[in-house]
Ligand binder design. Sequence first.
Ligand code: OGA
Ligand code: ZN
Length: 379
Amino acid sequence: MSKKYNVKNIKRKKDHLSIHWSDNHKSKFHFLWLRDNCPSAIHRTANMRVFNLLTVSKNIFPKKLVHKKNKIKIYWSELNHESNFDTKWLRDHCYSLRSSNKYKSSYSFWDQKLKKNFRKIKIDHDKILNNDRYLKKWLHILNEYGFALIKKSPTKKKSAFKILNKISHHRETFFGTPFEVINIPKPNNTAYTADALRNHTDLPYFEYAPGYQFLHCLINDAKGGNSSVVDGFAVSNYLRKKEKKIFKILTTTHVKFKDTDYTQKAIRVLYSPLITLTKDNDFNDIRFNMAAMGIIDIDSSKMKKFYEAYQIFAKLLHSNKFKIDFRLKAGDIFCFNNRRVLHGRTAFDPKSGNRHLQGYYLERDEILARLNYFNNLKV
Ligand code: OGA
Ligand code: ZN
């Protein structure tokens, strides 16, 4: 076993054990933390903690400590309990180390130059279906770039369920699954017209907007109807670096998104900034949808500046520097992180031919959880 797992010495301090390892690293393990993480505290099959923190006091301490080879035995001051720890487990869970690990984003930002490298984000349908190596690759692409293009998939209706279910179950919405992206009379959504759609994220009026979207192209024979895609995180990162004031406004102003679909007996309203950040200051999500923006009712002293920032963001999200134009072919599945990447289309002429996409949503949790599984993440 590597040197780092060997204990040089252990000291019992006032409220923690101090372990000095052979590689000279020192760890602190607080008593309550140790008691809470006693191996016997975890259910053997359910892998969940059965120990109840309320059964001990905050003053619990090791009455006695025995260190033999790779094991440390603790006799606790309360409940007559003994804990047996592997030193390797302790070292692997040293929280001074874990908490000091610098956050590293798993995202690669991209702009229109990615078009020359489309092979990076393309992947064949049957390879994913038949080989977990490709399923893992697909998940990696989705997580890193937020955008993948599946090629050579069947064009039978509803056939994309099969490949999505390689990840997990889908996210249901009132549009149904799959939702039919076709030109219909009396459309309840602008997606169901033959009109152009400006770059947008879907369903921004949901507190938890769908994490991923999959547009499965069954037919694309009409004139027009070309697609666009843009990395909202890359644009936000540009603003963060070059336009600090604009970035501040976009990350702090809560504006209204709404949906009043006439086929639904529901009125949906959500206030959110257009860009949100995580606890590590990484990008969390983008909500951008001119069509689903409510009537903005922020304080009048902020309105002018907000509209300026909103317009600058919109311009960049439609600029040749950042957006990629491409055309979906029958058998393509356009997959993207709907809370990062925006999509759009040009108008099409329904008299010139047919165009039919089927849409599906799936949560970001499901992508991340499957990636963690394939990456054998230790928690
Ligand atoms: C949608 C959408 C794009 C297209 O259905 O959400 O944006 O290419 N469709 O039709
Ligand atoms: Zn859309």
